[in-house]
Design a binder for this molecule. Sequence first.
Ligand SMILES: *Cc1c(COP(=O)(O)O)cnc(C)c1O
Length: 226
Amino acid sequence: MTNIKKNLDAVKDKIKKACIRAKQKVRDANDITLVAVSKKQSIERIQEMLECGQRTYGENRVQEAQSHWSDLRAQYPQLKLHLIGPLQTNKVKDAVALFDVIETLDRPKLAKALAVEMKKQDKSLDCFIQVNTGAEPQKAGVLPQELSDFLSLCQGLEINVVGLMCIPPVNEPSALHFAFLTKLADKHDLKDLSMGMSGDFEKAIPLGATYVRVGTALFGERLAQE
Ligand SMILES: *Cc1c(COP(=O)(O)O)cnc(C)c1O
């Protein structure tokens, strides 16, 4: 068995165990979608992951995602590509053409550009609003107190907002942020929550995650640091 296959099995097993640990909410491993984060991974590793049956992938840069996936898309009709990094408005056209899900909807200008482009391409991508739960100045995402207004704006633009996404501050316990994000989603009747990465997806699941974004625990170390 290769490392990739071993890693994938191990992560799936941890997802199952985390579901069992979820006491308050009934959780089923089938309700959790594993987003394999393939940024800065080699095509060989990505191919191997595809051969293991994994079909949902996350990328944080539009250009890199194109180089990874433009050709592979045709071979794997069930592929689902999630954009999990910041999106500049000048890349919206390419992003709408390539991705199935945008997890990083984070400002009015982007919402407007996405709405226009999705109409043009006659595509409706599922979107997550990224929330800056730690109110960190350098981090993308809407502030929690701005969420209601931003959600109304997106809904007015007929964007299909399915849920919320967050990246907790590195120096704080992520569980606090996951619990907070779940509260915000409940308050706004949003069903999906993208939260948890290699280091903390097992914590995110009992707290309500429906999508976990896992990179290094599946693929191993990335080829180069950002
Ligand atoms: C890179 C990245 C991940 C995956 O991180 P790992 O620690 O490798 O699992 C998840 N979410 C976002 C937004 C990322 O940029």
